[in-house]
Design a protein around this ligand. Structure first.
Ligand code: GLA
Length: 389
């Protein structure tokens, strides 16, 4: 599948631009085992890059002209790199322009370029196709123009592009996972210090299965940004009463429970979720180290309850998918994944039983919502790379 993606991307480049691309880059989507909505709350997360990629075929120009071609959308955008870059009405282009804007702001010198990209990362499925796009561009610019950026800088530039040109006030998890992904490893990332550790993604008798609800509710961006405001407010209230608490990292469940009245019902629920989710990631890392998959599955299912009832970022379709596998003996745990309001559930499933499960859940889902479920059996793969030049 990877080979096919690379071939058709570079063939399209040749067809449109009448020459071979100088470079081919691959940038992956990501999953997250556990640790949702805590990357912007000084928590830990456990993402991994997967074998779904955006492929970029690129060549440099002598002048400052740039052409971006989104093969899958059959759209193109041309601009002069020397002009002031601003968000436009093509969202896909904004992820790229946002990265270029950041690089220009930092004073990096680049020439124009032509780029054709095509993707096997489904869009709007919570697999971070936008981070794959941002990081792929950052990585490509770094290599082609020898900018000497570290991987961490590439991830941070991608995050900034998302804030400024896409309007999502996201954390660092998606970009970090896309750039730092490693084959058969999950990353435990400390979102305060950006220190990280790889854990062997060996689930023994079990595998990770994604069930894509095929829905994306439009309030994702607004819902996400509102959650950030709510927890910021919560933390400010907590600090007034407990000045020793600097971030959610050193806040406890007891402190949040003590402040229930002051926080008010909504902010209370949000803060409670955050402190519990941070602890769940630490417990999940231990469970993975000890190959205690039953525990890992339990933590995933608890995380879902929190995301659905306390943080309220799930939706009916995803709750349905998670509920319908809850009592399966072959499923150790399930939860919504990513920003929420649609996208995928991630399931820890006994190997060999996936197809049966997919068939049953697909049928139930079709009956309940009239929507086709999209299952993804994924492999954990390496991060953004230069495939060839
Ligand atoms: C989106 C954001 C991430 C993270 C997740 C939720 O994917 O881009 O930074 O906050 O949601 O965990």
């Amino acid at each position: 599948m990877k080979k096919k993606l690379i071939n058709h991307t570079s063939e399209h480049f040749e067809k449109i631009l009448q020459k071979k691309p100088e470079y081919i880059f691959l940038s992956p989507g990501r999953i997250n085992i556990i640790g949702e909505h805590v990357d912007y709350n000084d928590g830990f997360v456990m993402p991994a890059a997967i074998n779904k990629y955006i492929c970029f075929a690129v060549s440099k120009n002598e002048d400052s002209q740039c052409t971006l071609i989104a093969k899958d959308l059959n759209e193109a955008y041309k601009f002069d790199l020397n002009d002031e870059l601003k968000p436009i009405d093509k969202m896909w282009a904004n992820y790229i322009l946002g990265v270029l804007h950041q690089l220009k702001k930092k004073g990096f010198k680049m020439s124009g370029f032509n780029i054709v990209f095509s993707s096997t990362v489904p869009m709007g499925a919570g697999l971070s196709s936008s981070a794959a796009l941002e990081c792929g561009i950052g990585y490509a610019m770094n290599k082609m123009f020898e900018l000497d950026l570290s991987k961490e800088e590439i991830a941070l530039i991608g995050q900034k592009a998302e804030h400024t040109f896409a309007g999502v006030n996201c954390g660092i998890m998606d970009q970090f996972a896309s750039v730092f992904g490693k084959k058969n490893s999950v990353i435990k990332l400390d979102c305060t210090t950006l220190e990280y550790q790889y854990y062997k993604a060996d689930f023994k008798k079990y595998s990770l299965l994604l069930l894509d609800s095929n829905v994306k509710h439009t309030h994702l961006t607004s819902g996400y940004n509102v959650r950030r405001q709510e927890v910021e407010l919560g933390l400010a209230i907590i600090k007034q009463h407990f000045p020793e608490v600097r971030t959610f990292r050193n806040c406890t469940e007891k402190i949040v429970l003590d402040l229930e009245q002051e926080l008010g019902p909504i902010v209370f629920k949000r803060c409670l979720f955050v402190v519990k989710e941070i602890q769940r990631v630490l417990d999940a890392a231990d469970a993975l180290t000890n190959s205690d998959f039953k525990k890992l599955g339990q933590l995933m299912s608890e995380a879902h309850k929190g995301l659905s009832k306390e943080y309220e970022v799930s939706c009916d379709e995803i709750d349905f998918l998670v509920d319908s596998v809850q009592h399966e003996k072959t499923v150790l745990g399930a939860r919504m994944m990513g920003g929420g309001f649609g996208g995928c559930s991630i399931n820890l499933v006994e190997k060999g039983t996936e197809d049966e499960l997919i068939e049953r859940v697909s049928q139930q889902y079709r009956t309940a919502f009239g929507i086709e479920l999209k299952p993804y059996k994924i492999k954990i793969s390496k991060g953004t790379t230069l495939y060839k030049n």
